[in-house]
Design a protein around this ligand. Structure first.
Ligand code: SF4
Length: 180
């Protein structure tokens, strides 16, 4: 479905303040087979939906977006497209910090050397299955920090939502307390 130069995307948002610290460019990848309990984004599961984006064009869009602190990679499951994500990160402005959401645990991730190489390019990651029955922070996901560019304190208090009204849809994004 994708080529070596494309990435399968659910959605992008140039500015978000609820998907990590500061103003961030957010990429939701398309495709996830993990089926976490109470998944917050089931529309991202089907790899047959979404759309392909040229990785160079996406990197260029990110690099041309002003006043962002960093980028957040979420989904869907970004590591299902580890080669595309790696290529994207090699092309973006190195001043941007990087936050990754993955449903895979660290033990699962380390079985593939490509994932470990990717993790070295990422400042902070929230890893493991999401479970809406567990409490904030992070509903069972584990925080892994790989640099001091993103600090634990910047992530813990973050529990907000944004409502984005588009031409054809309304999107709610961010970590929030769901009704159980
Ligand atoms: S990894 Fe994310 S998108 Fe996939 S099932 Fe879990 S919460 Fe949903």
């Amino acid at each position: 479905m994708t080529t070596p130069n494309t990435i399968r995307i659910h959605h992008i948002l140039r500015h978000s303040n609820v998907n990590g610290p500061g103003d961030r460019f957010v990429v939701w990848t398309q495709g996830c087979s993990l089926r976490c309990k109470g998944c917050f984004n089931p529309n991202t599961h089907d790899i047959m939906t979404g759309y392909n984006v040229d990785i160079n064009e996406l990197a260029n869009t990110i690099n041309c977006t002003v006043d962002i602190r960093g980028i957040t990679l979420t989904g869907g499951e970004p590591l299902m497209q580890v080669d595309a994500i790696s290529k994207l990160l090699s092309l973006i402005n190195k001043n941007l910090d990087i936050l990754l959401f993955s449903g895979y645990s660290f033990d699962e991730i380390r079985k593939d050397s490509r994932n470990l190489i990717l993790l070295k390019k990422i400042d902070a990651a929230l890893l493991g299955r999401y479970n809406n029955l567990l409490s904030h922070p992070f509903y069972g996901k584990k925080l892994v920090l790989s640099s001091n560019r993103i600090k634990k304190e910047e992530l813990k208090p973050w529990l907000n939502t944004e409502i984005i009204i588009g031409d054809n849809n309304v999107q709610v994004t961010g970590l929030y307390k769901q009704a159980i």
